[in-house]
Design a protein around this ligand. Sequence first.
Ligand code: C5P
Length: 407
Amino acid sequence: MGQMAELAGKRILLGLTGGIAAYKAADLARALIKEGADVQVVMTEAAIRFISPVSLQALTGKPVYTSMWDDRIGNGMAHIELSRDRDLMVVAPATADFIAKLVHGAADDLLATLCVARECPLMVAPAMNRQMWENPATRRNVNQLRDDGIIIEGPASGDQACGEIGMGRMSEPAQIVDSIVSWFQPKLLAGARILVTAGPTFEPIDAVRGITNLSSGRMGYAIARAARDAGAHVTLVSGRTGLATPTNVSVVNIVTAQEMHDAVMERIAQTDILFAVAAVADYRVKNRQQHKIKKTHQGLQLEFEPNPDILEAVATQDNPPFCVGFAAESRDVEAYATEKRRRKKIPLIAANLVQEALGSDENELILVDDEGTHRLPRSSKLDQARRLIRHVTRLYKPARKPVASPR
Ligand code: C5P
């Protein structure tokens, strides 16, 4: 598996306040550690009524602090010591009460004091009943925290512990981790507008049948995510995949190559960089039937006509965006990629062996540009995507005016 320690070396202080979502914080602590983070837990008195500090101590392998007067901190300055060397503080769950305290800079317990005394950024994951979330005081408080530069993660909407349904559930631990990982990425593409094509296209034969290419869409989705993490505005034009839509990415779902072409062309004037990762069907069925073709004892002939080459259509425009093509080859990867780059008149092509990449979580890209060939070491598709973006930022000269960064 291409599991990457996305938070290696990051020192995170995880604060828990007293809400039922505190039980999910145990999962969050585990997930952060799995990503390589060093996690120090601090809990409020109310939080320890919902989950035992012993659980968090066992998961993190570190003492959990709950009191200002804890004499395990040598100099009696727990409120300063614990946040000193941290890269990020995360309060999850953050109750309505704790959020109200943060607004006022109140410092009446250890966690609140750490928040006031901290030097590092703070992320909070609100968790409360929907009416508490909708209360004008909470609305006001959350807006104030945003204005103060505090990162608000969530909440999500859905079933609540109280039996009601609505907004206020704490974001799932995986979502919080995703948001933390994303926050730590260098903003190499701040404000750039990125278009990514991903997945296969499907060309209908009749009402229920069609031809398609094998493509999971994972490489394209990883690029969309990496570009988002790098601070870009990302649009993903996607064929049918089984993948979840990445958050903060706008997704245009299409089926056929013609639809993908049209969706790309509509947006290309507002695009700075195009990553053409989709496995586009080169042909579509010319004698497509509207209704299901009935079985006979005779043979059947399909006629094909070529689909537009989307990447070529974009790259040969006047003033095109920076175009990155992909080449999936089953042999002679480098030679085919070099030839393809010239033919499509694109500055950069990323090539791989299909046998290595198809359906896998890992990949091993070969980047071909004006200077020659650069091989990336084998790693997860997300890591390949981040490396590819670093490479692109060295080549790409913004020709178009950047727009304000989305986050
Ligand atoms: O050799 P091929 O034309 O398949 O080159 C692959 C590259 O071109 C990929 O970046 C792919 O997304 C793009 N492509 C496209 N439209 C097509 C065929 C390929 O954008 N009709």
